[in-house]
Design a protein around this ligand. Structure first.
Ligand SMILES: [Fe+2]
Ligand SMILES: [Fe+2]
Length: 274
């Protein structure tokens, strides 16, 4: 049945070639390999994966200076190798720790206009999927630029009536954690006002916050997915990071019905830990 399928959303992979996060405490590459191994074991197999931004973050290894674009490339090459193990196609978003030119050079086939935003849409099983690029170079918060908002409105108009899911790295609605909400999507309400004009848009799915949340307003639901590596405390009102556990989201589409669950990889062996 074409409209009966599942897909996965995994995010904040934070690949850092040549190092590990937080003085070696979290090996983000090993963590992503475990997640991919688990995704490959899912039954039924997902039709595709959406990878939600903060794909790489060599900047976290060297916070004292501004890195050149070329310095992101080894991390994207490592990401490409690891994600190459996935048994389904992957669609990528960018986050605040990413670098557009390096992403395009390594992950895409673009050789000109390397600052172009990484936004896209596609159809699968009668549903419409949209990815937006909220990266503002050098800033922790996000913004969707005006050309993308225009493109989005036109794209949604031409897919009116199809159940639609929108993906973006930064969260448009506050979660109640002041320090995290200070780096949300700055023009989130502008984005939401466009989405609200298109009732076919059911969910907006984000990364960035390194935890799972669900916020509903009217007919629109915002979901966030935990990171494939380190997480952020839901309890502390100040910055507090936890070493894990790695997680990702599975979405099941069955006709007009959407269902989702977050899986966490507990224990030393991800697949067995589930
Ligand atoms: Fe992140
Ligand atoms: Fe982020």
């Amino acid at each position: 049945m074409p409209n009966d399928f599942s897909f996965v959303h995994f995010t904040d992979t934070h690949i850092m070639a040549g190092g590990a996060w937080d003085n070696g405490q979290v090996d983000t590459s090993a963590s992503l390999r475990r997640v991919i191994e688990t995704i490959n074991a899912l039954e039924p197999a997902p039709a595709f994966a959406i990878v939600g931004g903060d794909l790489t973050s060599p900047d976290l290894l060297d916070r004292g200076r501004t890195l050149a674009s070329d310095e992101w490339m080894p991390s994207y090459r490592l990401l490409r190798e690891i994600v190459g193990g996935l048994r389904c196609p992957a669609h990528f978003l960018l986050g605040n720790h990413d670098d557009r030119p390096a992403f395009h050079r390594v992950m895409g086939d673009r050789t000109t206009n390397l600052d172009a935003t990484q936004h896209w849409s596609f159809d699968h099983g009668g549903c419409h999927f949209v990815g937006l690029d909220s990266l503002v170079p050098g800033k922790p918060w996000g913004e969707i630029n005006a050309p993308q908002l225009e493109w989005l409105d036109a794209d949604l108009r031409t897919h009116r009536g199809q159940p639609t899911l929108v993906f973006v790295h930064h969260h448009p609605w506050p979660l109640g954690l002041a320090w995290m909400d200070a780096m949300s999507l700055r023009n989130g309400e502008q984005l939401i006002s466009i989405l609200e004009h298109h009732p076919a848009v059911r969910w907006i799915v984000c990364g960035h916050v390194h935890q799972d949340y669900e916020v509903q307003r009217g007919s629109l639901t915002m979901l966030t997915t935990p990171s494939t590596c380190f997480q952020v405390s839901k309890v502390s009102q100040t910055y507090k990071v936890l070493a894990g556990p790695p997680g990702f989201r599975v979405v099941r589409v069955s006709g007009p019905a959407l269902a989702t669950r977050v899986l966490h990889l507990h224990g030393a062996n991800g697949a067995a830990g589930l």
